[in-house]
Design a protein around this ligand. Sequence first.
Ligand code: ACO
Length: 316
Amino acid sequence: MNAYIRAIGVCRPKDVLTNADLEKIVDTNDEWITTRTGIKERRIVKDPNIMSSDLATAAAQEALEKAGLKPEDVDGIILGTIVADKVMPATACIVQKKLGCKNAWAYDITAACSFVPIALNNAALMIRSGQAKNILIIGTEIMSRIIDWKDRNTCVLFGDGAGAMLISETDDPDRGYINTYLKSDGTTDHILYVNQPNHENPYIQMDGQAVFKMAVKEMTTSVRKTLEMANLTVDDVDVLCPHQANLRIMEATADRLKIPREKVLMNLHKYGNTSSATIPIALYEAEQEGKLKPGQLVSMVAIGSGMVWGASLVRW
Ligand code: ACO
């Protein structure tokens, strides 16, 4: 028995913040943001009563509806967020309550932008071992709450959103999970971090150029490692879904791998960096646009605070 990505749901908050809007808040301009990052606009949650669990619940409900499953059919929820509803319990448990997944276990993973390969690895191995049949992995972020809106170095980069992927068992030999490569380097914990909320500076701190260089190097390595483990080559990759942090990071990664641009999913211009949610949202839109077909080899790759990085390979 193997695991496969059965259905994806998303939550893209309705309020749009464009580069022109940002020009009114900080000393920046559309030309700088577009050429340095590729971002044109991002979605923002304005209502302070809406929490990360609300976005996650909406995304998960869509995934369950698409699969024709009831909340009771879910065996587990693995949730990634850096904007948790509360310090405890895990936001996954709050989502479990909101969805009514009364037969599930639920836990959070603190891996920021690297959530998807870690969570997919967890879910797929549990399903392969027979421990579960249906697991929701949900990335959900309200990044606008941990951004210093006076800091032009960071505030232009991020956006809010959620994506939920339903991972289910399958006996189809032509599709499903293949493998994951994961790595971290805690000595780089100072290049991208957020302090505790009671700290005098509780906002995203980042050495942009250090993150940039590490992202290109390690995302390239991660994709290669997964392909080597599976005795495949970059030519076998049909679709590359990189974490959507910066257009130049994605292009440099694809170029180093020699993967043509038409195989690379990019929707960053519409949403900015939604951390744990970028890969599910990109896959969701690619599927809607007919860019993902059963049996295709899909590589997902991400890097984030820690620094933590990794890639997963699946047959769609
Ligand atoms: N508008 C206008 N000017 C700006 C802005 C802005 N929003 N932000 C910075 N600048 C200025 C800087 O102050 C600097 O001015 P100076 O030369 O007078 O000092 C100048 O632009 C150049 O700044 P650099 O930092 O050299 O610009 P760089 O080309 O490195 O681009 C960027 C900065 C976009 C942050 C880039 O380094 C990057 O994308 N790094 C990766 C960061 C990232 O993706 N973080 C997300 C989280 S991690 C992840 O998801 C992988």
